[in-house]
Design a protein around this ligand. Structure first.
Ligand code: GDP
Length: 447
């Protein structure tokens, strides 16, 4: 995750403030130093880092902490607010018909992003089409076509045509029915004048409402020049940061945002079409600082729930809250979890689990959990309908039979039954929670 290091190093300094009610000058200096170190390491421009440090220092020493706040909460709030200010608002993307053109160097992730964005728009109920005009990179056509098939969105490209401007024009006509046109353009290894000429011509042909600059999160200060050149020629309205799953950097992208006076629009967090997130400054910084990102998490949960529900019309998640939680429900939960994406990413979003706990887990812990889920699924497939509905009826002889049927050992089956009981208990507690309890819990999570 971008600037990942910041969260963990800051937590260290913040923990030292435990029990203190006032910040000393030294405390503030130490925290600001940690922030500077992390940001510079993440390739954020020096001038930006200095501005941020100055504001944090000033506010931390001058502002009176509200009554009852600890020194730790006071500085955390200031750091949080200043960081949100630094990354800026999210690019406005109206959910209406429009044309968006993607620009960037080769390998930055444009083609992948085009398909991901199309998938994202389709989930919002719009009808997107991707137009592939990259005639420069061999394989761009096939890659885009395949990804669009996976995303189940319309695609236009012409592998036999060499003129990208012609493809763009014809693509707009051929996909006339679509609401949202996403136009992918060719990148080069470095900015060359013919790339700039070409993209200007494509822009004229498709007349986009928005141009997005796609940047690899690992890009350093090179982002600045790219951003300037693209901004001068076509005007950049927003930045997409890709490959956030694979790097601790991302500062270059912040520089680009600053340089173009634009904002971050989307984040790419993996190679599949679903690995896209709308940039949301508050959530992004909360996650960075290890405060979790409740909003993203609830969006993902909602989406996964809706998909699971669409497949199974009889299912009503509210029944679970009323106290009946069968193995069938557990299986649906696991399906929904699978749809939300890799477990470690989900864990990262849960306040209290993000950062702190994740840092302590061995690298393969998540993998084990995912393997275990897979075993559970195989086991459930070997159960009868009535066993799934009524897990308490499963005794030693059934366990033996299920073990033979699924090829999994009896121990794993017992673990599954144990896990089910535990989830059932937890849900019952949630179900009996009054409104007041819920509110208190949410408040605690927000702070
Ligand atoms: P383009 O040349 O700008 O069109 O770049 P591509 O879309 O072909 O992406 C280049 C490589 O980066 C491909 O191998 C993609 O699978 C990979 N890629 C793109 N976005 C992401 C991302 O968010 N995470 C990861 N891990 N890989 C990505």
């Amino acid at each position: 995750m971008v600037l990942d290091d910041l969260g963990s190093s800051l937590r260290g300094s913040l923990n030292k403030l435990q029990g203190k009610s006032r910040l000393s000058k030294e405390d503030v200096e130490e925290i600001v130093k940690e922030i500077q170190r992390s940001l510079l390491q993440a390739d954020v421009e020096v001038a930006l880092v200095m501005d941020l440090s100055k504001s944090i220092k000033k506010r931390a020493l001058e502002e009176e902490p509200p009554g009852g706040t600890t020194a730790r909460d006071h500085i955390l709030k200031i750091v949080y607010e200043e960081m949100v200010e630094l990354v800026g608002d999210s690019t406005e993307i109206p959910l209406e018909p429009q044309t968006i053109m993607l620009a960037g160097l080769q390998g930055s992730g444009k083609t992948t992003t085009a398909a991901k964005m199309a998938w994202w728009f389709s989930k919002k109920g719009l009808r997107p089409a991707v137009i592939q005009t990259d005639t420069f990179r061999p394989g761009a056509y096939d890659q885009a076509k395949q990804m669009c098939e996976r995303a189940e969105v319309e695609f236009y490209g012409d592998p036999d045509e060499e003129d990208p401007v012609k493809i763009a024009r014809e693509g707009m006509e051929a996909t006339d029915d679509a609401d949202v046109h996403i136009v992918d353009t060719a990148g080069r290894h470095a900015l060359e004048s013919d790339l700039i000429d070409e993209i200007e011509e494509i822009e004229e042909a498709v007349n986009p409402e928005l141009n997005l600059l796609v940047l690899d999160a690992a890009i350093g200060q090179g982002a600045k020049k790219q951003a300037q050149e693209f901004d001068n020629s076509i005007g950049i309205g927003g930045v997409v940061i890709t490959k956030l799953d694979g790097t601790a950097k991302g500062g270059g992208a912040l520089t680009a945002v600053n340089e173009t006076g634009s904002s971050i629009s989307f984040l790419g967090t993996g190679e599949t079409v679903q690995d896209i997130e709308r940039f949301e400054p508050n959530g992004f910084i909360s996650r960075l600082l290890g405060m979790g990102d409740l909003k993203q998490l609830s969006e993902r949960v909602e989406r996964a729930m809706a998909e699971t529900q669409a497949e199974d019309e009889d299912w009503n998640p509210e029944d679970i809250m009323k106290g009946s939680f069968t193995l069938k429900d557990m299986k649906r939960q696991m399906d929904a979890m699978n749809k939300m994406g890799p477990l470690d990413q989900i864990m990262d979003m849960i306040p209290g689990l993000g950062g702190g706990l994740m840092d302590q887990l061995p690298d393969d812990a998540m993998d084990v959990t995912q393997n275990r889920m897979r075993s559970f699924e195989v086991i459930m497939d070997s159960m009868t309908e009535s066993e799934m509905e009524n897990p308490r009826s499963i005794g030693a002889s059934q366990i033996r039979r299920i073990s033979q049927g699924s090829g999994k050992d009896e121990e794993t089956i017992r673990e599954l039954l144990e896990q089910h009981k535990m989830m059932e208990r937890t849900l019952k507690q949630f179900g009996s929670m009054g409104d007041g309890d819920m509110k208190r819990m949410m408040k605690k999570l927000e702070n």
